[in-house]
Design a protein around this ligand. Structure first.
Ligand code: SF4
Length: 688
C-alpha cells in the first residue's frame, strides 16, 4: 500500500441525494469510507444529516461501477479505450449533423452533476453543435414551480434560506413528503414546532410523517389544490384580511386578480376539493393570525396538468397576505435532486442561457457569441418531452444523456424506450449500467460526486463547493472532462484545467452569478444567488422589491385544470413519491449495502378499506394496469392512504417501476409530466 492509501484523509463534500444540500467531511483511507462527519459550520444542515447522507456512499466502490467506455456492435457491448469511443462519437455526430442539420441532435444534462458540468453541456450543444436542444430533469419536477414564481415575483427560487423556515410562525406544506424527501429540512420544521410554537398545516393525499405531526392536516381530492388555495385567498380578501399596504406598494394587477377569484366560493371549493368549509376557513384564519407564513411545496403540486397554475396560486396567496420580503415568509418550492436548481441556473434549458437569459434576446446572444467565438442559434430548442416525440417523428437522430436514467424516470416509458430504439446515435454517460444504457450505442463511464470537484446549488439557491474525496475509479472520468474531450474531438478547442475556470467563464457571462468564484466558496463558505460582482450574495431573495419591471410583483389570475379522472375500469388512483432510504430509481442507493439492507424493495401502500374489498394482506402481490402498461408489486396495508388511493414509491427500476403506468400527459405551461395523474386497475396475482 502506498502512503496515501494508509493515511486517513478528511475531505469536504456536498450530499448528492437531495436539494437540502447538506455538506460534511468524509473520512477516508484510500477508497475506504470510514465515516461521514457533519460540521457545525455547514450552512444548510449544521451537524445533521439523514440516513442517505450518513451511510449512502459505498456505491462508489460497487463492482458494478462502469470503468471503461462501451461500444455496442452486433454481438453486444464491448469495452474500448477512450480514444476509440471519442473517435466513434465525433464521427457519428459529425455525420448526423452534416446529413440532417444541428437540430437533429439533442442533449440532456443531469441534475446530479455539477453546475460546471451543466454549463459545459449547454455550451457543447450550442457552441459546438449549434442547437438549443438541451434540457435537464427539472422538466420532470419543478419547472411548474419556477414558472409560477417567474410569473408573479420574477425569480424562480426559494424566497429565503432553510434557516429562515424555522422563523415562520406558520408553515404550510402542500404535496410534499418532506420527512422522507427532504429529511433534514423536515427536522428543522419539527424542531421549530416544538421549540418556537411554529404551527404547521399539511395538505396532502397521504398521511405521511409531517402530516401526523401537523396542527391541521387536510386531504384534498387529487389535483384540486388550486381550488382550495384560491378559495382561501378569496375568503381572506372577503374578510378584508389582505395586506393592503403591501399590495399598494409592491404589487400590480390587484383588482383584476381579485375579480378572478369570484368563482372560488367556499361551497364550490368544498364540492371540488372535498375539504369542509370549516377546514377552508380554518386555513384562512391561521394565515391571518400568523405574522409570517411560508409555503413549502413539491411534486404533489407540480406534477399535474395544471402544475404551473397551482404554483402560481400559491404565490398569489403569499402576495395577497404580504408574505414576501421578510424572513420566515415566502415561497419554498423544494428541489428534489441535489443540483436541480443549479442545472437550470447554468443554462441546460432549451430557451435560456445560463442565468435564465433568453436565447431569443439578441444582445444576450451576442455576448455569448463574442465569448465563444461562434454564431449561435436563436430559436429555442426541444425540451425533454419534445425530444421523445421528435425521435418518434424521425426528426431527432442523436441523443446524448448524462447521469439520467430517462428510460425509467420519464413518464410512459414503454413509449420512451421505443423512441430510444429508433435513434441513429445514442450516447449514455453514467456511473452504472442503467436501464437506459441498454438502449445505447456508446456508454461512457462517469465519476460520482466523491470523485470530482465542482459546485452544487441547493434548494435555497446556495452554491457550495465539493472537493475530490478519492480518485476516479478505473478509467471513469468526471463528466466535465468527458464533455470537454467530446467538444475537443469535434474541434472545440476547450482548455479548462479545473472546474474553477469553467465557473469563472460562466460568471463572466451571467449577471445572476457575477461575483461567484472558487475563492469565495472555499471550504464551507457558500453564496446564495443573485451574487453581485463584489461578491455580495442574497440570502433573502426579495428585500425591497421584486425582480419584475418597476420592482413590482404581479398577481396572476389562474383557472383550474381538472386532473385526468378515473373511470369504472381504471378505478384506482396511483399516487407516488419517495422512500426515505432510496434515491429515485435507486441506481445508487440499491448499490449501497448499508442502505439497501434497510429497505430492499418498494411496496404498494393500500388502505384497509381497499384491502378488505380485494382480499389483500401485507405481502400480497398485485398487478396494477393503466392504459400505458403494468407493474407488479407487493402490498403493505396502512392507514397512511385512504379509499382507492394507493401509494407506490418511485424508487425502483424493476417490475414495480411507476413509469410503466404514467401517460404522456403534461403540465400545459411547462410540459412537466403529470406523474401524479394515474388511474389503474388492480388485480391480486398471488396471495402471500
Ligand atoms: Fe443528503 Fe438530503 Fe439527507 Fe441532507 S437531507 S443528508 S442533502 S439526502
Amino acid at each position: 500500500a502506498t502512503m496515501r492509501e494508509e493515511r486517513i484523509n478528511k475531505t469536504k463534500t456536498v450530499c448528492t441525494y437531495c436539494g437540502v444540500g447538506c455538506s460534511f467531511d468524509v473520512w477516508t483511507k484510500g477508497r475506504q469510507i470510514l465515516k461521514v462527519e457533519p460540521q457545525e459550520e455547514a450552512p444548510a444542515n449544521g451537524v445533521s444529516t439523514c440516513v442517505k447522507g450518513k451511510f449512502g456512499w459505498d456505491f462508489v466502490n460497487s463492482e458494478e461501477r462502469l470503468t471503461k467506455p462501451l461500444i455496442r456492435d452486433e454481438e453486444g457491448f464491448k469495452e474500448v479505450e477512450w480514444e476509440e469511443a471519442l473517435t466513434f462519437i465525433s464521427s457519428k455526430m459529425t455525420e448526423i449533423k452534416t446529413n440532417h442539420g444541428p437540430d437533429s441532435l439533442a442533449f440532456v444534462a443531469s441534475s446530479k452533476c455539477t453546475n460546471e458540468e451543466s454549463y459545459l453541456m449547454q455550451k457543447l450543444a450550442r457552441a459546438v453543435i449549434g442547437t438549443n436542444n438541451v434540457d435537464n430533469c427539472s422538466r420532470y419536477c419543478q419547472s411548474p414551480a419556477t414558472k409560477g414564481l417567474w410569473r408573479t415575483v420574477g425569480y424562480g427560487g426559494d424566497s429565503g434560506s432553510i434557516s429562515d423556515i424555522a422563523q415562520a410562525e406558520l408553515i404550510i406544506s402542500i404535496g410534499s413528503n418532506t420527512a422522507e424527501s427532504h429529511p433534514v429540512l423536515a427536522t428543522r420544521v419539527k424542531r421549530a414546532q416544538k421549540l418556537n410554537g411554529q404551527k404547521v398545516i399539511v395538505a396532502d393525499l397521504r398521511k405521511h410523517e409531517l402530516a401526523e405531526r401537523a396542527d391541521l392536516f387536510v386531504q384534498p381530492a387529487p389535483g384540486s389544490d388550486l381550488v382550495w388555495l384560491s378559495a382561501v385567498t378569496k375568503y381572506i380578501v372577503d374578510q378584508g384580511w389582505h395586506d393592503e399596504a403591501f399590495l399598494a406598494a409592491h404589487v400590480n394587477d390587484v383588482e383584476v386578480f381579485f375579480e378572478s377569484l369570484t368563482p372560488y366560493t367556499l361551497s364550490y371549493a368544498s364540492e371540488v376539493t372535498h375539504l369542509s368549509e370549516e377546514e377552508l376557513i380554518s386555513i384562512a384564519e391561521r394565515i391571518h393570525e400568523a405574522k409570517t407564513t411560508s409555503i413549502l411545496w413539491a411534486m404533489g403540486v407540480t406534477q399535474h396538468g395544471g402544475g404551473s397554475d397551482t404554483s402560481t396560486a400559491i404565490s398569489n396567496l403569499l402576495l395577497v397576505t404580504g408574505n414576501y420580503m421578510k424572513p420566515g415568509a415566502g415561497a419554498y418550492p423544494l428541489r428534489g435532486h441535489n443540483n436541480v436548481q443549479g442545472t437550470s441556473d447554468f443554462g441546460s434549458m432549451p430557451d435560456r442561457f445560463p442565468g435564465y437569459q433568453y436565447v431569443t434576446d439578441e444582445s444576450v446572444r451576442q455576448r455569448f457569441e463574442e465569448q465563444w467565438g461562434v454564431d449561435l442559434p436563436s430559436e429555442p430548442g426541444l425540451n425533454n418531452q419534445e425530444m421523445v416525440e421528435a425521435i418518434h417523428e424521425g426528426k431527432l437522430k442523436a441523443l446524448y444523456i448524462k447521469g439520467e436514467d430517462m428510460g425509467i424516470v420519464d413518464t410512459n416509458i414503454n413509449h420512451v424506450q421505443a423512441a430510444f430504439e429508433k435513434l441513429e446515435l445514442f450516447i449514455v454517460q453514467d456511473i452504472f449500467f442503467s436501464k437506459t444504457c441498454q438502449y445505447a450505442d456508446v456508454v461512457l463511464p462517469a465519476s460520482p460526486s466523491l470523485e470530482k470537484e465542482g459546485t452544487f446549488t441547493n434548494t435555497e439557491r446556495r452554491i457550495q463547493r465539493l472537493y475530490r474525496v478519492m480518485e476516479p475509479l478505473g478509467d471513469s472520468k468526471p463528466d466535465w472532462e468527458i464533455i470537454m474531450a467530446i467538444a475537443n474531438q469535434l474541434g472545440g478547442d476547450w482548455n479548462y484545467q479545473h472546474p474553477s475556470e469553467i465557473m469563472d467563464e460562466a460568471a463572466s457571462l451571467t449577471p445572476l452569478m457575477a461575483g461567484v468564484n472558487y475563492d469565495r466558496l472555499e471550504g464551507y463558505k457558500s453564496l446564495q444567488w443573485p451574487v453581485a460582482a463584489d461578491g455580495k450574495d442574497t440570502p433573502l431573495l426579495f428585500t425591497d422589491g421584486f425582480s419584475l419591471p418597476g420592482g413590482k410583483a404581479i398577481l396572476h389570475p389562474v383557472k383550474w385544470t381538472q386532473p385526468l379522472t378515473f373511470n369504472e375500469e381504471y378505478d384506482i388512483h396511483v399516487n407516488n413519491g419517495r422512500l426515505l432510504e432510496h434515491f429515485h430509481e435507486g441506481n445508487m442507493t440499491y448499490k449501497s449495502k448499508a442502505i439497501s439492507g434497510k429497505t430492499p424493495n418498494v411496496f404498494l401502500e393500500v388502505s384497509g378499506e381497499l384491502a378488505a374489498e380485494r382480499g389483500i394482506r401485507d405481502g400480497t402481490k398485485v398487478k396494477l394496469t393503466s392504459p400505458y402498461g403494468s407493474v407488479r408489486v407487493s402490498c403493505l396495508v396502512t392507514d397512511r392512504v385512504k379509499g382507492k388511493q394507493v401509494y407506490l414509491p418511485m424508487n425502483t427500476s424493476g417490475e414495480g417501476a411507476i413509469n410503466y403506468l404514467t401517460s404522456s400527459h403534461t403540465d400545459k405551461d411547462t410540459d412537466t409530466p403529470a406523474y401524479k395523474e394515474i388511474s389503474a386497475k388492480l388485480e391480486v396475482i398471488e396471495e402471500d
